[in-house]
Ligand binder design. Structure first.
Ligand SMILES: O=P(O)(O)OC[C@H]1O[C@H](O[C@H]2O[C@H](CO)[C@@H](O)[C@H](O)[C@H]2O)[C@H](O)[C@@H](O)[C@@H]1O
Length: 290
């Protein structure tokens, strides 16, 4: 294993790879299966997103980060935040009367570090963390002993191949294999074994990453909870995301008569699709000025 640490405590060399579900994000042996109930890709039935943008006074925006607002990178700390992204988000947040939140799988500390000056509420670690106002992170209580033991074991697995990278979060741990997608199956088996000895946690497959995260968290629940509180309450959810973790939030937006937007290719329950993060930023920028 190479010993260049990433900011999350992991080590590995990485290279950008294909991120379509099925190209590393698809279930591998030992991994949680994809949601088979999600509709097949049906671009022709998806509506153009700008035809009827929701009025910012009636919308509540929930925005995913990696692969949605910013392009995916070879490893978590190699992501490039485009100039103007923070200003764009702050502007739309203002236009929406504060009803805009980042909803990410990342740790909040990571998001805060990458987005200096951002004033919007944040959901982190797939819903296990929340930053309502800058400076105070609410975090789910977990069994620290269980997680620490799992982190040790995931780190041991990562030592077996240079293509692995461990991401340690305050309440979760992830094993990345973007540098070597052929490690998907090995990662799946190893993480399944670790999850068996981690009561209170479950596996969550992501893009060339498998995470062990606390039970009961997910973006669907996180968005539903925010929608019970002002300034989100009573508004139509507008959800943007690119990954499996975003699907429950898409489904919620659909149920509540909101807008769901999948970024990139792959099966989804979302009713709209945009090609990539640069299109997402264009659309949000237009909405922020409208
Ligand atoms: O919910 P998100 O904001 O999309 O976060 C999901 C995970 O994103 C990060 O991993 C992904 O992006 C990395 C950087 O582009 C990439 O190297 C990796 O392969 C992707 O899986 C992040 O590191 C995770 O903590 C998030 O859960």
């Amino acid at each position: 294993m190479r010993t260049r640490p990433c900011r999350h405590g992991g080590t590995t060399p990485c290279a950008a790879r294909d991120d379509r579900p099925g190209a590393g994000g698809a279930p591998q042996a030992g991994m949680i299966p994809l949601d088979r109930t999600a509709p097949r890709l049906a671009i022709q039935r998806q509506r153009p997103i700008l035809s009827m943008p929701p009025h910012p006074a009636r919308a509540a925006y929930f925005l995913d980060f990696d692969g949605c607002l910013v392009a995916l990178a070879r490893q978590p700390d190699a992501v490039v935040v485009p100039v103007g992204l923070v200003a764009l988000l702050n502007r739309l947040h203002r236009r929406a009367g504060g009803a805009l939140a980042l909803v990410s799988g990342r740790a909040i500390a990571d998001l805060v570090g990458m987005l200096p000056g951002l004033v919007v509420p944040m959901i982190g670690s797939h819903g296990a963390e929340r930053l309502w106002r800058r400076g105070r992170v609410e975090r789910l209580d977990i069994d620290r002993t269980v997680l620490d033991r799992a982190i040790e074991r995931v780190t041991d697995v990562a030592r077996t191949a240079p293509g692995f990278l461990v991401e340690v979060k305050p309440v979760a741990v992830g094993l990345h294999y973007r540098a070597d997608p052929s490690l998907a199956e090995k990662a799946g088996h190893a993480m399944s074994g670790i999850a068996e000895d981690a009561p209170g946690f479950h596996l969550h497959p992501s893009k060339q990453l498998i995470e062990l995260r606390p039970d009961g968290v997910g973006k669907g629940q996180a968005v539903a909870a925010l929608l019970t509180e002002p300034p989100f309450r009573g508004r139509k959810p507008v959800v943007f995301g690119d990954d499996l973790t975003d699907e429950p939030a898409f489904a919620l937006a659909n149920r509540r008569g909101g807008v769901s937007v999948k970024v990139g290719s792959g099966r989804t329950a979302a009713r709209h699709r945009l090609a990539d993060p640069s299109r997402v930023r264009q659309v949000l920028s237009t909405w922020g000025r409208a």
